[in-house]
Design a protein around this ligand. Structure first.
Ligand code: CP
Length: 326
């Protein structure tokens, strides 16, 4: 067990080794049990986390804030638009200055081509752990919660289990591609055979695909890409279907929105779920465009684990904060 995580950043999914991720999951399970039993676990008494948001959030904000309070500390909610960032505070200044006020600095910045660079620039100037609450490239805390949920539902030995990471239609906006990218990086390390399904215009970043292939090769798991939801869903153990934008195909948001409209039939419904194994679980990080991305019958049906998945955000984040911010 690798436990020396004090002071570490978590920006990309591969920043923590597989053994370190296993430690996070062990600690998260312990913290979940302690909370269920009402056992105090104030490992971060008097510590303060800054949560800097450049984009809206329900689960991420709620779970980090509640998690810090349960660990005996405090989380400060800071929206970029109420700061002086627009008037000149640079990433270096944010890293330097917040690094002196706070014990951890969590940031959500999903602007395409900007977010990840911003987090790394802050981290370079910061003396405290920088935690990625979602950028344009990665959403590592979502994926830690997803992994924890999969282990709860399918057991620790995930070898030869088929996980589908599928694009889905959604009309609301071009959603970030950080969730599918983080999934294909992390899940092959835990033995899951990942099948990535998307229409041709919804490719992930080539460097992420190369890294995902490398992880699959290293850990002896499968990784393939298909362009048909039905083909992907066949005999799957885990269905993870959500929308993302066509940013890799085109930087033009209007063209991206036009392309999305061609694929209205990429919805997760009961017919498609029936192609998967009977005990397959349906996952989604939320928020979802109901009856567009996924039907109510699937989202609220017996195979859906979306609320356990959302709950586990808090336990996984508490684990990382307790390990890095001591
Ligand atoms: N899954 C997720 O990150 O949810 P929020 O956008 O509500 O934080």
């Amino acid at each position: 067990m690798q436990t020396d995580l004090r002071g570490r950043d978590l920006i990309g999914d591969l920043d923590f080794s597989k053994e370190e991720v296993e430690t996070v999951i062990d600690v998260a399970q312990d913290l979940k049990r302690k909370r269920a039993l009402g056992e105090p676990h104030a490992y971060l008494r008097d510590k303060v986390l800054a949560m800097l948001f450049f984009f809206s959030s329900t689960r991420t904000r709620g779970s980090f804030e509640a998690g810090m309070a349960q660990l005996g500390g405090h989380a400060a909610f800071i929206e970029s638009k109420t700061t002086q960032i627009a008037h000149g505070d640079t990433p270096k200044e944010i890293g330097e200055i917040f690094g002196r006020y706070f014990d951890g600095l969590a940031i959500r910045h999903v602007d395409w081509g900007i977010g990840n660079g911003y987090l790394n620039a802050v981290a370079q100037a910061s003396r405290i752990p920088v935690l990625n609450m979602q950028c344009d490239i990665y959403h590592p805390f979502q994926i830690l919660a997803d992994l924890m949920t999969i282990i709860e539902k399918k057991g620790r030995d995930l070898r030869r289990k088929k996980m589908v990471v599928s694009w889905a239609y959604a009309a609301s906006y071009q959603k970030p591609m950080s969730v599918p990218q983080s999934l294909v990086l992390q899940m092959p390390r835990f033995g899951l055979d990942v099948v990535l399904a998307h229409p041709p215009e919804f490719k992930l970043l080539p460097e992420i695909m190369d890294q995902a292939q490398e992880q699959a090769r290293k850990f002896g798991s499968g990784f393939e890409v298909v362009d048909d939801m039905d083909v992907a869903f066949k005999d799957a153990d885990i269905i993870y279907a959500k929308s993302w934008g066509a940013m890799v195909h085109t930087p033009d948001a209007e063209e991206g929105s036009r392309i999305i409209k061609k694929y209205e039939h990429w919805i997760t419904d009961e017919r498609k779920m029936a192609l998967a194994k009977k005990d397959a679980i349906y996952m989604h990080p939320l928020p979802a465009d109901r009856n567009i991305e996924v039907t109510d019958q699937v989202m609220d049906g017996p195979n859906s684990v979306v609320y356990d998945e959302a709950e586990n955000r808090m336990h996984a984040q508490k684990a990382v904060m307790a390990l890095t911010m001591r």
